[in-house]
Design a protein around this ligand. Structure first.
Ligand code: EPZ
Length: 425
């Protein structure tokens, strides 16, 4: 990745046209992990060409899986049978946090797994205590050597796990591991995100016995083998929501296609409440131009089907353009609001009351500035802000944005945005 690359944006362009949503990053990574507990090759279609997917595929290839990635066809075939390595180094673990999911499949295949601490990222500490507890509950012995966790298990058995807090990837991790653990596993207070339902449907199509996915109680009966199969990754609801917010922000007519509007119902409800105009189809959402003021609105993030935390930063850019005071309450992560300082540098008026709460006064015109992208979602929020700001915005550290949004500059240019990717010579 070119670390000196940056986006140069000239704001205030009217946008229009159509933008197609890619497969969901937060489904793709889990389907890659799930492929490793199958006993035949798995083909994943509608795979997004993003950095996090490339990192996860590189990781499983290092473990010995055979990976065939047809980038142009957005298709990946994974054959887990040649896997021979059960060690995930600290560097590999740090390159992609979802690597923590792979301990389950490694225990299923080898009865052994080693992993370096995946580390946090800027949105918070990102602890892994639930994973360590869960793997031990499945019957693995755990040894900690410095920052490396070593797991050994003669045979994985079913268990009951009551989540003290809702955890999306931990729910998916235990769903996958339980599918090959002997006996019954019951997960309580499980996450209910759409990606979890899609994952359970895929595993059941391969012969797993999962019931209750999409509800807080999931029951899994382990099976001795799983077939392979082919499955399309569901559309990325976060990307879809980002583009709908972009349409509202630029007061443009943008048709967001190949999405599942039902998966972003709560965002659409908040867009309606703030006064944005849009129409909803079966697989598309079209924002409309409008000239009335946006109304201030309080938002509070919550696990699905609540207001999704991954769209908190993009939506806050919209709140800087609304008339009045809005309270933004980020309930899930403790480090996901520091980007508000960047918006203030652009001319917004945001008071960060504590790591979880900010008050946004609006409306304020934004001025182009030189910024760094803190993380995936705050990074795309800076792009949105740059697209409505007066003058030129430079955004560095764009590999963060490339982790979650495929060719985002090319796709936004197709809507009429004046954004170019500059790589150092
Ligand atoms: C998933 O992360 C998503 N990532 C995140 O999207 C998303 O923001 C998050 O769910 C919440 O919806 C993927 O799916 C790859 P959590 P996850 O476990 O599962 C605490 C993006 O931008 N926790 O649901 O890692 C944790 O600190 C990313 O695409 C523990 O305490 O998040 C947080 O406060 C960012 N111990 C809370 O749970 C643990 O062992 C919920 O986090 C694990 C988590």
């Amino acid at each position: 990745m070119n670390s000196m690359a940056y986006f140069r944006i000239k704001g205030q362009q009217k946008l229009s046209g159509e933008i197609s949503v890619t497969g969901a990053k937060n489904a793709a990574l889990k389907f890659i992990a799930a492929a490793l507990i199958c006993d035949e090759p798995v083909t994943l279609t509608n795979m997004p060409n993003i950095e996090d997917v490339r990192r996860m595929l590189k990781l499983i290839a290092t473990l010995g899986a055979e990976v065939t990635h047809d980038v142009d066809a957005h298709t990946v075939t994974i054959d887990p049978r040649p896997m021979s390595n059960f060690e995930i180094t600290e560097d590999m673990a740090k390159s992609i946090r979802a690597s923590i999911m792979l301990v389950g499949p490694l225990l299923v295949r080898f009865g052994k797994a080693c992993i370096g601490y995946p580390g946090g990222c800027v949105i918070g500490r990102r602890p892994i205590d639930l994973y360590l507890k869960g793997y031990q509950r499945f019957g693995a012995e755990m040894k900690i050597m410095g920052d490396t966790f070593e797991f050994v298990s003669s045979n994985l058995h079913g268990m009951k796990f009551v989540f003290p807090i809702v955890s999306v990837v931990a729910t998916e991790t235990f769903l996958i591991t339980a599918s090959r653990a002997e006996g019954i596993t019951i997960l309580k207070n499980a996450a209910v995100e759409p990606e979890i339902i899609a994952l359970a449907e895929f595993l059941n199509a391969c012969g797993a016995k999962i019931t209750g996915a999409g509800t807080p109680t999931i029951t899994i009966e382990g099976v001795k083998a799983l077939r392979g199969g082919t499955v399309a990754i569901i559309p990325d609801r976060i990307e879809a929501g980002t583009f709908v917010i972009l349409g509202a922000l630029t007061r443009s007519q943008i048709r967001v296609t190949n999405c599942i509007p039902e998966h972003l119902e709560n965002i659409l409800l908040h867009l309606e409440m703030i006064g944005a105009s849009f129409e909803v189809g079966d697989t598309w959402i079209e924002t409309k131009s409008y000239d009335h003021n946006l109304r201030a609105l309080n938002i509070k993030t919550h696990e699905y089907p609540g207001f999704v935390t991954d769209l908190q930063a993009p939506f806050t850019v919209l709140l800087t353009q609304a008339v009045g005071s809005s309270l933004v309450h980020e309930t899930i992560f403790e480090g996901r609001m520091f980007y508000t300082d960047l918006l203030n540098r652009m001319g917004a008026e945001i008071i960060l009351c504590d790591p979880h709460r900010a008050i946004v006064e609006g409306p304020h015109e934004l001025m182009g500035r030189k910024l760094e992208s803190p993380d995936i979602r705050a990074g795309i929020a800076m792009v949105l802000a740059g697209l409505i700001a007066h003058g030129e915005t430079i955004i560095g550290n764009i590999e963060q944005i490339d982790r979650g949004y495929e060719q985002i500059d090319t796709r936004l240019r197709a809507l009429g945005a004046d954004i170019i990717r500059v790589t150092d010579i």
